[in-house]
Design a protein around this ligand. Structure first.
Ligand code: SAM
Length: 231
């Protein structure tokens, strides 16, 4: 998979891309991630990328011509061009799974009051990280890349099983509580079922816990199809 990130702050991605699973995935050739500096596509000496909005009002808007030049420099046939915007569709695990099937993703990080409306003509997906306003698109893009790349085959140890039982995974539930050693910590014991080694019972317990937790905290997920089964 190839990922291009168009941003006025490429440095913001340096640490993030150089660490942990993302850097391992890049070293293993599972993903090639590149930052593209939007200012390189400005035509003036001050490398301007913004201008005053026609409607008046506070703040600046990002100019269409620099975005067109930057996006067109990245495009390959079939590439998905993803605009980060509070007005986009909510980003979910399902979006991450869909992105993980793509050959080439181009992420656009907005700033200031956002982008000139005409840039949307080049955009295939508009995605929001949530119902709040951030200063720029870099944090949403970092979250989207992280959640997408970990779904690529071979990136996480354990294969598809590593993500199947996770929150928002195949079962559509939150993940059940988990424990590690010691068996008793400050008077709190690990549930007996988890230490007795009966895999079928552990599985049933885990499903029940996941279902109960989801019912209490995110009943909306059950309405979307999350189910409990003792199979
Ligand atoms: C200050 S915001 C612009 C907000 C815009 N004026 C509005 O009211 O919708 C600047 C940029 O941050 C990014 N951004 C901010 N909040 C976001 C969110 N919840 N999801 C995705 N991107 C966001 C977008 O790229 C946006 O263009």
């Amino acid at each position: 998979m190839q990922i291009d990130i168009i941003t006025v702050f490429p440095e913001m991605f340096r640490g993030f891309l150089g660490e942990s699973i993302l850097s391992r995935a890049a070293r293993a050739g599972k993903v090639f991630i590149r930052t593209v500096d939007l200012r390189d596509f400005s035509r003036d000496l001050r490398r301007t990328v913004d201008d005053r909005p026609y409607s008046g009002g506070p703040g600046m808007l990002m100019k269409p011509e620099v975005w067109y030049a930057a996006i067109e420099s990245c495009l390959t046939p079939g590439a998905r061009v993803v605009l980060t915007t509070p007005a986009g569709a909510p980003y979910t695990q399902r979006t991450a799974a869909a992105f993980a099937t793509c050959e080439h993703l181009v992420f656009l990080c907005g700033h200031y009051e956002g982008l000139d409306e005409r840039v949307r003509r080049l955009v295939t997906d508009e995605v929001s990280l949530g119902d709040f306003v951030l200063t720029g698109g870099e944090i949403p893009v970092a979250a989207m890349i992280d959640s997408t790349v970990r779904l690529l085959p071979g990136v996480l140890g354990g294969g598809a099983a590593a993500t199947a039982h996770e929150s928002f995974g195949d079962e559509g539930l939150l993940e059940a509580p988990q424990y590690t050693r010691p068996p008793v910590f400050r008077g709190m014991a690990v549930p007996e079922v988890l230490v007795n080694g009966d895999h079928a019972k552990v599985d049933g317990w885990r499903r029940r816990q996941a279902f109960d937790l989801t019912s209490r905290r995110r009943p909306d997920l059950l309405e979307k199809g999350g189910t409990f089964s003792n199979e």
